[in-house]
Design a protein around this ligand. Structure first.
Ligand code: MN
Length: 140
C-alpha cells in the first residue's frame, strides 16, 4: 500500500486531506508540525508528502529544504499545499524543492487527479516543473 505523509497543522485540513487520500488508497501518516514532518519523512520514507506551507515553528518550506537535504536515495515527491491568497507561495515552494503545489481551498472532487497529474509529470519532466493547475481552466 502506498503511504502518504500529511504535514498540516489545521485539524479540519488534516481531516479532509486524510479522508481524500484514504479514499485514494493511501495509508496516512500524520504530522502537525514541520519538525515532526521531517522526522517522519526520514524515518518512514513515505511514497508521497503533502506539505502545508504555513505551520507553527518551522514552516513547510524550511521543512521541505531539510527533507531534501536528508535524502540520499532518490526524491520523495513533496506537494505543497499553498494558499491562493499568498502570492509568491508557489514560486517559493518550488524553489524550496517541492515537486509541485496544489492551492487551497482543497477541492475533494479533483484533488486526487491533481496529485496524479503532478506525480506523472515529475516522472517525465524534471522536478520542479509540475504545475497541476495551469491550463485546466478551473475557476476558483
Ligand atoms: Mn497551516
Amino acid at each position: 500500500m502506498k503511504r502518504a505523509l500529511v504535514v498540516e497543522d489545521n485539524e479540519q485540513g488534516m481531516y479532509l486531506l486524510s479522508f481524500i487520500l484514504t479514499k485514494g488508497g493511501y495509508e496516512i501518516i500524520e504530522a502537525t508540525t514541520g519538525e515532526a514532518g521531517i522526522e517522519l519523512a526520514v524515518k518512514e520514507k513515505p511514497d508521497l508528502i503533502l506539505m502545508d506551507i504555513w505551520l507553527p515553528g518551522i514552516d513547510g518550506l524550511e521543512a521541505t529544504k531539510r527533507i531534501r537535504k536528508s535524502e540520499s536515495d532518490g526524491e520523495i515527491p513533496i506537494i505543497a499545499i499553498t494558499s491562493h491568497a499568498m502570492s509568491g507561495d508557489r514560486e517559493r515552494a518550488l524553489a524550496a524543492g517541492c515537486t509541485g503545489y496544489i492551492e487551497k481551498p482543497i477541492n475533494p472532487e479533483t484533488f486526487l487527479s491533481e496529485i496524479e497529474k503532478c506525480l506523472r509529470k515529475t516522472r517525465t519532466v524534471s522536478a520542479g516543473q509540475c504545475d497541476p493547475q495551469r491550463g485546466t481552466g478551473r475557476q476558483e
